[in-house]
Design a binder for this molecule. Structure first.
Ligand code: SAM
Ligand code: SF4
Length: 351
């Protein structure tokens, strides 16, 4: 295969034109989900992919092998859609673990059904888990996810902690007038249990296109909301390309005791594009160099067309070489509309 002009050397890994190197691979295992979070999916769901359009366990294993052995991938996160709805999830993780004994493998899940699978996931070799939970009130949870499943999620989180799935991280998105007032209660709940809470700024990746820059809760507001009950100080540990800015948390009444840590992922208002280390593969095997890309490269078609590992690696490298410098999201509605929302929603990309 000829390598196009301006491309990096085959041994250079997943580098782009701006000198970034992607070492953190996120693979979406399915576009399907059993929740309908308002900031992600429409109430009626989406047109799901046909089974034969989705990466098989063997194809996932091959792509991870190419990523790790040839392209410098050092970390893997499995996501979706909802990865727990995939019946072969435990087998996928076990196969990946047997080939890559030292690869950190984490999972992002909504936690529904996790109580039944947490121990098996740990046994299969999962390193860590992030569970999304935006509210501790059953009614608010149901309003946000359009499903009354808070008790199942709480059971799942408990099971993950019991199974020894590392430091359990909890992801929460705050929506104005719905759950923003819950920010301190969510943090108190998480630190009391030894979990790390991460607030994610709402991004314009909802299928309903309901996001507005003025309506979203910003990182600055999150810090202010938390500051009413806690003292936050920057975590002295290096951020090292991580999307979350981390803070040590002290309760207002006990300023000498670090109760835990909290992360804030300010993708919109304090973007970290310059330090991005991510490469994403959707459930149907398309490479996205950025969450907000308008372009995708069909790796699965290349793979199913009989390409060699070297050819697949070259196609993946080429896709990442074209990664945009930044997403321009913070200007939407503020006088410089240089951001256009991608056609795909978060669930269809793989968050
Ligand atoms: N279904 C799993 C879950 O909810 O954790 C995994 C996939 S979900 C797309 C991954 C993460 O993306 C979740 O933590 C979810 O809250 C977050 N997310 C989804 N839509 C978002 C949006 N528009 N803005 C910010 N975060 C979003
Ligand atoms: Fe499903 Fe996760 Fe999207 Fe919620 S955020 S609808 S749980 S994919």
């Amino acid at each position: 295969m000829t390598v196009p002009l301006g491309m990096p050397r085959p041994d250079a890994g997943l580098v782009d034109r701006f000198g970034r190197r992607a070492t953190d691979l996120r693979i979406s295992l399915t576009d399907k989900c059993n929740l309908r979070c308002t900031y992600c999916m429409p109430a009626e769901g989406l047109d799901w992919l046909a089974r034969d359009q989705v990466l098989t366990a063997g194809e996932i294993a091959r792509l991870v092998r190419i990523g790790v052995d040839s392209l410098g991938v050092r970390e893997l996160r499995l996501t979706g859609g909802e990865p727990l709805v995939r019946a072969d999830l435990v087998e996928i993780i076990a196969a990946l673990r047997s080939e890559h004994p030292d690869l950190p493998i984490s999972l992002t899940t909504n936690g529904v059904g996790l109580d039944k699978k947490a121990a098996a996931l740990r046994e299969a070799g999962l390193t860590r888990i992030n569970v999304s939970m935006d509210s501790l009130h059953p009614g608010t949870f149901a309003q946000l996810t359009r499903r009354p499943f808070l008790d199942r999620v709480l059971k799942g989180i408990e099971a993950a902690a019991e199974a020894g799935l590392g430091l359990v991280k909890i992801n929460a998105v705050l929506m104005r007038g719905i759950n923003d007032h819950e920010a301190p209660a969510l943090l108190e709940w998480a630190v009391a249990r030894g979990f790390e809470l991460r607030f994610i700024e709402q991004m314009p990746l909802d299928a309903d296109h309901g996001w507005t820059r003025e309506g979203m809760i910003t990182a600055r507001e999150i810090r202010e909301l938390l500051g009413r009950s806690f003292v936050l100080t920057p975590d002295p540990r290096s951020r090292d390309g991580a999307p979350a800015e981390r803070f040590e948390v002290r309760r207002a009444g006990s300023p000498d005791v670090v109760a835990g840590t909290v992360g804030i992922i300010a993708s919109v208002t304090e973007p970290f594009c310059a330090d991005c280390t991510r490469t994403r593969i959707t459930a149907e095997g398309k490479v996205r160099s950025c969450l907000f890309s308008h372009e995708e490269t069909d790796l699965l078609a290349t793979l199913r067309g009989g390409a060699s590992d070297a050819d697949i690696a070259a196609v993946w490298q080429q896709a990442m070489w074209a990664k945009p410098r930044a997403h321009g999201m913070d200007h939407v509605g503020l006088g410089a509309p240089d951001f256009v929302q991608p056609d795909r929603s978060m669930s269809a990309i793989g968050g």
